[in-house]
Design a binder for this molecule. Structure first.
Ligand code: NDP
Length: 394
């Protein structure tokens, strides 16, 4: 019996709930809890079997502990926001329950993506005999596992890693974000950063770009260099890597709107005084932008996320290799009422949870995805809706 508590009922929470509900042989009992219970109930009503729902404030450790003690899960899947990672980890420690998330902790008042806060729980989780799996989404998540798979099967040494995230979907809106607007805009407007010869090199936000020819009819797109959290764990766990970068595609309209919003101060994360009240501009902006959930039925096209890996092949010769996954927005929506961005995050969260609950990936402590055997994860990922491909580049 593997009782699972899912926290967060947004786009990703919806997909996780659908995918877990589809696999009763692994997820015997499910509870979906979030700040707004009505959102959990709406998702529960779409599912093929009965799932419990609850209201919880995940910033409040005693409230989380009470809920966990009441439902008695084996695992908590955190798909709320990165701000809640540490409180949910604290509650898991107090109750002796395993933990999984899809994004690293970020303090609300500083746009800083770092694993240091969560890695600091390593000893306490190990001592308590419980496990935390960090970043089990697509990027971070599958991109970490792709790197481990490349290293295990095709490379004796990785020199260069480029993770390339393309959303070639179109929702027809002049400006909207595909997941939580606040988290998305904080990430995109942050300074770029990549890793080279043991050092982090900073760039101005979205100031570096390259063209990449994507498969599956997507074609050539402009990709922008950004900092992304999986770079930190990957260069730690594969110290041979000489250069690691992350790239993401953005459309003209998105970039133009973002520039204006930034220039007028609407992306600020510090509070400002408005008619005697303190408001954070980016939070107000979130309230007026389209809800990412509402884009599901409107979005057409595909996503393509993958890794280009260069280094020495297992035969000792130089090798260049591309491993990637293509996901169709409309297919994702048909299955889970969510577009491909939520789908490509929610499916790996469910697969990571399945690895833990079945004891395939199981080790007390706090771990990143690349620290486990990639093969069972990637086999399950393909089976659960995200088949992937690999090719060698001449
Ligand atoms: P949403 O904003 O759609 O959903 C977040 C959910 O968390 C909402 O239901 C929200 O409740 C709930 N929530 C927020 N604060 C609290 C709180 N204090 N207590 C309880 N519930 C709370 O986000 P997404 O579904 O798009 O993203 C979920 C997570 O997935 C994020 O951490 C995001 O960074 C991550 N992500 C990871 C990706 C990857 O590839 N690794 C890609 C995309 C996202 P309410 O509705 O009431 O506000």
């Amino acid at each position: 019996m593997s009782r699972t508590l899912i926290i967060g009922a947004g786009g990703v929470g919806r997909v996780v709930a659908h995918k877990c509900a589809q696999a009763p042989e692994i997820f015997s009992e499910i509870m979906l809890a979030s700040r707004t219970k009505a959102k959990c109930d709406a998702i529960a009503a779409e599912l093929p079997r009965k799932v419990a729902t609850a209201k919880v404030d995940a910033d409040n450790v005693p409230e989380l502990v009470a809920l966990i003690k009441d439902f008695k899960p084996k695992l908590v899947i955190n798909v709320a926001l990165p701000y809640q990672d540490l409180t949910i980890m604290d509650a898991c420690l107090e109750t002796g329950v395993d933990y999984l998330d899809t994004a690293n902790y970020e303090p609300p008042d500083v746009a800083k993506f770092e694993y240091k806060w969560q890695w600091a729980y390593q000893e306490r989780f190990e001592k308590a005999g419980i496990m935390a799996l960090l970043g089990s989404g697509f990027d971070p998540g599958v991109t970490n596992v792709f790197t481990a798979y490349a290293r295990k099967h095709h490379f004796s040494r990785i020199d260069v890693l480029d993770i390339i995230d393309c959303n070639a979907g179109d929702h027809g809106q002049p400006f909207a974000t595909n997941f939580n607007p606040e988290i998305n805009i904080r990430e995109v407007t942050a300074r770029g950063r990549y890793y080279e010869h043991g050092e982090w090199v900073e760039t101005d936000p979205l100031s570096w770009s390259m063209d990449f020819d994507f498969p599956a009819g997507i074609g050539q797109k402009k990709c922008f260099l950004m900092y992304h959290e999986e770079l930190e764990s990957l260069v730690k766990h594969f110290p041979e890597i000489k250069r690691a970068r992350f790239w993401m595609t953005f459309g003209e309209s998105y970039l133009r709107h973002l520039k204006v919003l930034e220039n007028v101060g609407m992306t600020r994360i510090d509070p400002v005084d408005f008619q005697g009240q303190q408001i954070v501009p980016i939070q107000f902006l979130k309230a007026v932008l389209p809800d990412p959930g509402s884009l599901g039925p409107l979005t057409k096209g595909k996503t393509c996320i993958g890794n280009v890996v260069q280094g020495l092949g297992t035969d000792g010769a130089p090798r260049k290799y591309y491993i990637y996954q293509i996901c169709d927005h409309e297919e994702a929506y048909k299955e889970t009422n969510s577009q491909a961005i939520s789908y490509t995050t929610g499916v790996p969260a469910m697969v990571g949870a399945a690895m833990m609950l079945q004891g395939i990936w199981k080790k007390p402590g706090v771990w990143n995805m690349e620290q486990f055997d990639p093969d069972p994860f990637l086999a399950e990922l393909a089976k659960r809706g995200l088949p992937w491909q690999e090719t060698f580049i001449d």
